[in-house]
Design a protein around this ligand. Structure first.
Ligand code: 3HC
Length: 305
């Protein structure tokens, strides 16, 4: 209790955060906006490429607050305050007075770099830029910025509201004050922060990647995927691997595998069949029948080699 987390600089170096920006208004970004508004009690602005996406993100936050209210997990006052704190915009100018901006956009290095360049053009020199990337290099993401020392990895786990872990990624140039702020924020967000190196997929996704790699290999080799997945259900895992992949999103899972495959080669398997399913626009292997039992639809199975 009160002990400084391993690798965290002195918290006296931390800067105050009075306004947060979230780049993206998808599911991960919206979960982050809710967490920051609820726990930090500061204004949070979300941006996305069009008004429809922005409205959807803000709508998600309001709906989640209503669910918390219905469960009496939040007081009516706190619910109203949290909703009022979260706003949306199609313009990154909305970040001009933010102290901390986190991106949760598409997992593609060029997209992330462009986002950071656009944000850097409007924020103050002290504003921290954080990335929620699952597997990409934080160092490379910061490389072309005027102030690469302001960049830190801040990697949350799905579902953000309930998973306690936060991986804080220090890139070689990350400033001590930036890192100290990240640790203080983690505490205010009630997350357990661990400091990890800027290596492909960091620590947790690298380990999960082995599990996903092996189960997709079983799948590609023609073993009945349902049997393999079901066999793991009673093993005490909170979710079976394919259910977890559905939660994370098959495309995100595949991006993590690609990063790991580039870094470590054949230790991390790229599944042809997973890619086929993603290309067909299928979000999850599993569907549920009327009794709530999970099954893989015939159409999906018919697609597999
Ligand atoms: N949003 C908000 N709250 C949620 C939620 C969601 N999506 N899903 C579940 N919850 C809440 C429920 O409302 C419930 O809260 P309550 O007690 O207030 O009612 C609580 O979580 C427990 O939920 P349930 O009782 O419905 O179900 P479980 O006991 O099965 O728990 C779980 C759900 C916590 C999600 C559990 O199944 C679990 O831990 N699964 C593994 C998740 C995991 O490993 N995530 C990491 C994925 S990797 C990742 O995200 C990294 C990325 O880079 C790819």
């Amino acid at each position: 209790r009160g002990k400084r987390p391993a690798g965290a600089p002195d918290k006296k170096l931390a800067r105050p955060v009075t306004k947060v920006g979230v780049v993206g208004a998808g599911l991960m970004a919206s979960q982050l906006a809710l967490l920051f508004a609820r726990q930090l009690k500061v204004p949070v602005v979300m941006t996305d490429i069009d008004q429809e996406r922005v409205d959807k993100g803000v709508g998600y936050v309001h709906a989640e607050v209503d669910k918390l209210l219905a469960k009496k997990r939040i007081s009516p006052d706190a619910a109203n305050r949290t909703k009022a704190l979260v706003t949306g915009s199609v313009s990154k100018e909305a970040f001009s007075d933010a102290d901390f901006v986190i991106e949760a956009v598409f997992e593609e290095m060029s997209v992330k770099k462009q986002v950071f360049a656009e944000v850097e053009a409007v924020v103050s020199p002290e504003c921290i830029l954080a990335t929620n990337t699952s597997s990409l290099s934080v160092t490379e993401m910061a490389a072309d910025l005027k102030h690469p020392e302001r960049v830190v990895g801040f990697h949350f786990f799905n579902p953000v509201a309930v998973m306690p872990l936060l991986e804080i990624v220090r890139a070689p140039k990350t400033d001590d004050a930036v890192l100290a702020t990240a640790f203080v924020l983690a505490k205010q967000l009630k997350k357990t922060a661990v400091l990890v190196k800027d290596a492909a997929a960091f620590v947790v996704n690298r380990i999960l990647g082995r599990m996903f790699g092996e189960i997709t290999r079983v799948f590609d080799e023609g073993t009945d995927a349902a049997t393999a997945d079901n066999a793991l259900r009673p093993m005490g895992l909170p979710m079976s691997p394919f259910t977890l992949l559905a939660l994370v999103g098959l495309p995100v899972g595949q991006h993590v595998q690609e990063s790991l495959h580039s870094a470590f080669g054949e230790r991390f398997w790229l599944s042809k069949n997973s890619q086929k399913i993603i290309d067909a626009g299928i979000k999850s292997l599993w569907q549920k029948d009327e009794d709530g039992n999970a099954y893989i639809p015939e159409e999906t199975l018919a697609m597999l080699d």
